[in-house]
Design a protein around this ligand. Structure first.
Ligand code: ATP
Length: 207
């Protein structure tokens, strides 16, 4: 299956589907309707049917979807992501939490290396991940063939660190800083601003 043919919005939902279907599979469930999935995942059934249609004719009327069959197709697609190796830049409060969390429960993606400027942190490990000096950033990123960087540095160094990781060949950045990063077209940035998310949730509750 050509991964490039799957729309971005669909690709973003795949890990969600994959995790839920694996849970169902472990519970011994064999099939599921788009309606049931919709209720569990809060994604509307038409969207689910459309998403699944990119993986061929996997559903049958009155039967639903074969869970193992779906897992098989999703794993094949997601496997391409698992090759990506991840670094974290900035081991402060949020960075430390992410290193301890380290996505183990979600999938096979793991942060392999972290960088900081603080001598007390350099040379230690958190959640099994070694912390290096940012002075070694370029050297280590190239040596380890890392393609994704998680940015949890203070905002005032976000641009500088972005430039450095991009120069080192990083292809994707998960940006937890409030900074709006500018990168070449070949680099993809996903922005997670936790304060903005919280503020906007509170705004919607009040209005
Ligand atoms: P802490 O309480 O540990 O300082 P914090 O989240 O409040 O955490 P921040 O000021 O946001 O601290 O900094 C996050 C982390 O980024 C710190 O560990 C800091 O040492 C580190 N840091 C600062 N500048 C850089 C840089 N240029 N590259 C990598 N890490 C950096």
């Amino acid at each position: 299956m050509d991964e490039n043919k799957i729309p971005q919005a669909t690709a973003k939902r795949l890990p969600l589907y994959y995790r839920h279907l694996n849970n169902l599979n472990q519970q011994g469930k064999q099939r599921i309707s788009s309606k049931e999935l919709s209720e569990a995942l809060k994604v509307d059934p038409a969207t689910i049917r459309k998403d699944f249609s990119y993986f061929g004719e996997l559903g049958r009327k009155g039967y639903g979807y074969d869970i193992q069959h779906l897992i098989y197709f999703f794993r094949k697609t997601l496997d391409q992501d698992e090759i990506a190796r991840v670094a974290l830049i900035g081991v402060g409060n949020l960075g430390t939490a992410l290193l301890n969390y380290n996505f183990i429960k979600n999938n096979n993606t793991k942060i392999e290396i972290a960088f900081d400027t603080n001598d007390d942190k350099i040379g230690t490990t958190i959640g099994g991940v070694p912390i290096y000096s940012v002075n070694d950033l370029e050297k280590e990123l190239k040596r380890t063939d890392i393609s994704v960087a998680i940015l949890t540095v203070p905002m005032h160094v976000a641009d500088e660190m972005t430039e450095r990781v991009v120069t080192s060949g990083i292809e994707g950045i998960l940006n937890f800083t409030p900074a709006r990063l500018s990168v070449p077209d070949s680099v993809r940035v996903h922005h997670i601003d936790l304060s903005v998310e919280l503020q906007s949730l509170i705004y919607f509750l009040k209005n």
